[in-house]
Structures are given as structure tokens and as C-alpha cells.
Ligand binder design. Sequence first.
Ligand SMILES: [Zn+2]
Length: 231
Amino acid sequence: MKRIYTIDIIIRSMMIHFIEGGGFSGNIYLIEGDHPVIIDTGWDANIDRIAPQIEQALGGKELDKIILTHRHVDHIGGALAIKKKFGGTIYAQKEEAEALRQGDPESTGARMFGTRVKPMDVVDLDDGDVIDLGDGGSLKVMKTPGHTTGGICLLDSEGGLFSGDTVFTEGGVGRWDLPTGDFKMLLKSIEALAELPIVSLYPGHGMPAEKNGAEHIKLSLKNLKGYGAYG
Ligand SMILES: [Zn+2]
């Protein structure tokens, strides 16, 4: 009998540009496509450092959406400047969106870092929403509270996870001691993420992992359970 061996080949066709956050600034990701999307915008309203890379990635297209994983100033600070220069509608989970519409200095961390957040127009997202990227690609919104109350991860249609500050590579986890943060919620969120067959992990700080994303998340879960034992 002839045996047929099958080999799983993972092909990620999505073109994702990584703009590394400098200093306190969060990472920025740009997904190319019919409807280009930016995920998080970094700390700074002065976007001179990042604008050339965004411009090159867009290749003359307008941005379609600016999606914010959560309300913190190191992820949303560049949103209005990016929108002004490259277009796009700003989206965030509805609890986070409300804080951004108000320009809330406390829960965004703006006051803590001695800066301000300008109130901005934001369209609400919530758990389960699906964002069409064109070219057959999509992003699914997963509400993953714990770092903030309405923080989200975005799961792309090829097994990539944009995880904001919920979970990082190499077993890192988000802080739960900031305003609206909660340890138990964070644990529950990371437990849910650890069940998923994540290929690539694109966190809000530190380096992304193109492969073995699920292993990174499992390590984060193990570490968080360890912190819980002491916390
Ligand atoms: Zn954060």
C-alpha cells in the first residue's frame, strides 16, 4: 500500500510592516491590502520618524482604518497625526473609544506621563466584529480585558495575532495595575488566547514572532499564573 505523507505548510501571504516603537512608544503594524490598516500608532503626535515608512508601505494608497488595541497614550498618541497625513477612520473597542472621545487624561495614562490626549472621533468596535481587509483577508476582534477594561487583540485570517499589551513574545504579559486593569481578567483573557493555534504573534511592545506564536502565549500564561501565586 502506498502511503501518502502530507506536510503542513504554513503560508502567510499577508504583507505586514513592523514599525518598532522607540523608547516608551508602542509598536505600529501596517497591513497592506485593498484596504490598508494600521494597528496602533505609537506615542508621539510628531510622526516624522515613522511617516516615511508608512508612506512607502502604502505605496500611494490612502489608509482605510486606524485600529487601536487599547486606550493607552503610547499606542494612541500618533492617531490624529497619522489620520491627518494618511487618511483612515479611527476604531477602538467601545469602552476604550469612549475614553478617547473624552480625551480622558487618567485612564489613557497621559497625566502619568506628563502629556495630553486630544479628544478624537472614534468608531466603536466590540468582541466578534470582523474587519474586511480586502484580498480575502480579515481581522477578528477579540476582547481581551485585563490590561485595560476594553483592550482587544486582533486575529487575522492566517493565524496572526496582534496582541496589544495583553501578551508579548518570550512569555511577557501586560501590566494589570494601571487604571481599569485587573489581574483575574487578564488571566482569563490569556487563558483564552492560549487555546488558539496562533502562528505569528505581533505584540504592542518588543519583537514580534513570525512562528510559534502559540508557544509564546503558553509561556506567558505560565508566567502569569506564577505571578498570581505571589500577587
Ligand atoms: Zn498599554
